[in-house]
Design a protein around this ligand. Sequence first.
Ligand SMILES: O=C[C@H](O)[C@H](O)COP(=O)(O)O
Ligand SMILES: C=C(OP(=O)(O)O)C(=O)O
Ligand SMILES: [Mn+2]
Length: 444
Amino acid sequence: MNEGLEAYRVLEAKQQPQWPDASAVQLASDELASQPPLVFAGEADQLRTRLAAAARGEAFLLQGGDCAETFEAATADKIRDRVKTLLQMAVVLTYGASMPVIKVGRMAGQFAKPRSSDTETRDGVTLPAYRGDLVNGYDFTPEARAVDPNRLTRGYHVSASTLNLIRAFTQGGFADLRQVHEWNKGFVGTPANQRYESLAAEIDRALKFMEACGVDHTALTQTEFYVSHEALLLDYERPLVRIDSRTGLPYGTSGHMLWIGERTRDLNGAHVDLLSRLRNPIGVKLGPTASVDDALRLIDKLDPEREPGRLTFITRMGAGKIRDVLPGLLEGVRDAGAQPLWITDPMHGNGITTETGYKTRRFDDVMDELRGFFEAHREVGTFPGGIHVELTGDDVTECLGGSENIDEETLATRYESLCDPRLNHRQSLELAFQVAEELKKLKH
Ligand SMILES: O=C[C@H](O)[C@H](O)COP(=O)(O)O
Ligand SMILES: C=C(OP(=O)(O)O)C(=O)O
Ligand SMILES: [Mn+2]
């Protein structure tokens, strides 16, 4: 029954590195195959159950983290701050939505990147493009940019220690909601403070009320937190597929939820084939050219049983297109009787490059796409089930605007991303406040 797990090998796999030495890749693959799984099948099942609730309109998904994690930045402080940002956003969204928020990091495995071009040219020198720390290094030298299969096992170990820390933080009391309300301090003295003050005060009061009522301590101090990444690099994903001893079924154990990117979602390609055979919850990015037919064929292939929570469509249309494109897609899928979870990625359709060469996004465009997402669902009568955001807990300057009004000149001061621009800590919270306002409207 599981022989099909090798079927992807004869199909076209886009965006894979050209490894120079097949035997070194085989060694790395054998090494990965001998390591323990990073996540357990039962956890993936539990996430699927949670996502099924979101598909029914009874929960909301918050998925976020770096565009490209790096080995170097897998430090305790940076992991803590990213988790903290997501937890703080989740508190705001939970209050806005009055429903559970499912927390899923783009973490502990988000190390491989699809690129528009195989090469990068700087000052007349052309080298291979950076494809993520799982493949090559970022420094612009031939040595760093050479692809290195030893990075596959290093990526596994960095993911393991990242996940270990995430589990410790979210189970060990760090996620104490009573601490999480400290977030509003980040806004003191900014124009955003006034705008969000009243919602922040309401949340504070609600938390104090819960505590006074004697709500079970663990409900306030422990939280479920899942990890996900784009399942791009098949030489990493395949060796981490394991057969679950309970059910005899294959699970990708590199993360709880795996998604297929916009560039690799070909129906007859290797990525769709391999992921179709795994029991994890699966995501697929859908850009503005995706048709109803594309979506329905993906459903047939990835979710033939139409099992709630199995399939999440992550739309990334661009602020200028979402209102035109999304309603038709939602209608077509609904009319075919399918109920995938629909979430929005308001980042990847809104990239621009400044004259000085920085890849960036305008906070206002991100918010506009988010509002377009809620409008499209309102129009069709479907549920806007979550958000997928590139963000960091650090005080970087990568996206334009927000309450700090980051301008083009400021971008250069703390631009740290090696791939796409992320919302910084404050911009992320600001986004959460505005999404909470949209969620509140849903209830009325
Ligand atoms: O994260 C997404 C893609 O890897 C990224 O947007 C591609 O960027 P590029 O056009 O710079 O290759
Ligand atoms: C590559 C990404 O997105 P997409 O596949 O939507 O372009 C990403 O999420 O970083
Ligand atoms: Mn990205």
